[in-house]
Ligand binder design. Sequence first.
Ligand SMILES: [Zn+2]
Length: 302
Amino acid sequence: MTLHRFFKKVKKYSRHLALWATVLLIVITFSVYAFSAPPSEEKSSVTIYPEKIVPGNPLFITTHSTSTVSEIVFDGKKIPLITHDGLVHGLTAIDFNEKVLNHQVVVKLTNGEVIPVPIAVTPREKIEKPLGIPDTLGGNTTEASKMLIHNLAKENAEINAVTSGAVQLWKKGFTAPLENVFITDEYGYDRKTVGQTIVHKGTDFRAAIGTEVKALNTGVVKIARMYTVYGNTIIIDHGLGVQTLYMHLSQLKVKEGDTVNAGEVIGLSGKTGYAEGAHLHVSVKVNGLSIDPMVFLGFWEK
Ligand SMILES: [Zn+2]
């Protein structure tokens, strides 16, 4: 072999060698990428409901992850974890009087992942409406107004003392209290009553006297009694800090201690107590705070 032919051969082989080295490099690069980058569906994410948060809203924190949620912290405090549709959600509420607009949720997963989520609260628009005192409660006098405030404080103290169980009693989503839903008064405006301001912390539904009122979900009846201001009242505890309240009823069809099923008729609507006309007042409490029932109901309809 001449020196010339030898070099020609080396040149030929080196070309092959370069080709194979390139192929090998591509294979290695691809393998490293394929084994190190997790498939996109395994990446954990957190969604918040509602999208626009105002004071007096519930806050549902939903985690989408292949790992399990170990805890959810809101402003440094652990919040209850509920299950719905096979997913774990944190549930908390923004106080109607909350002035702080920036909050933080931290979701901790069992795989060690920690996901911080900033929460921005938009101030609530202030709406005022006049509301008279019914003649049955003394009419529009200062005396009647003082009595109303006094009774309201007494009744609120009793209602606020109702505790919530540590177990989630419901299996399905929460549903409306009436067959036909028509809102007559929304949550969250100021009612001016003879020099006093009472915030409406519930939703009023149109309901003729005697309309069947259904439990928003499964739970235990904690209160089923007559109050001066709230009239015939039912409070159902659903566990994990969630309670629903039904007021101004004409008839109670359950008693304290009863277990009621989702959608069960618990009473008939009326206009007992501080009510200018027949309607159904519903309040929803989350961790002791009365939040907007319609925003709360909206979560389960999604
Ligand atoms: Zn009301």
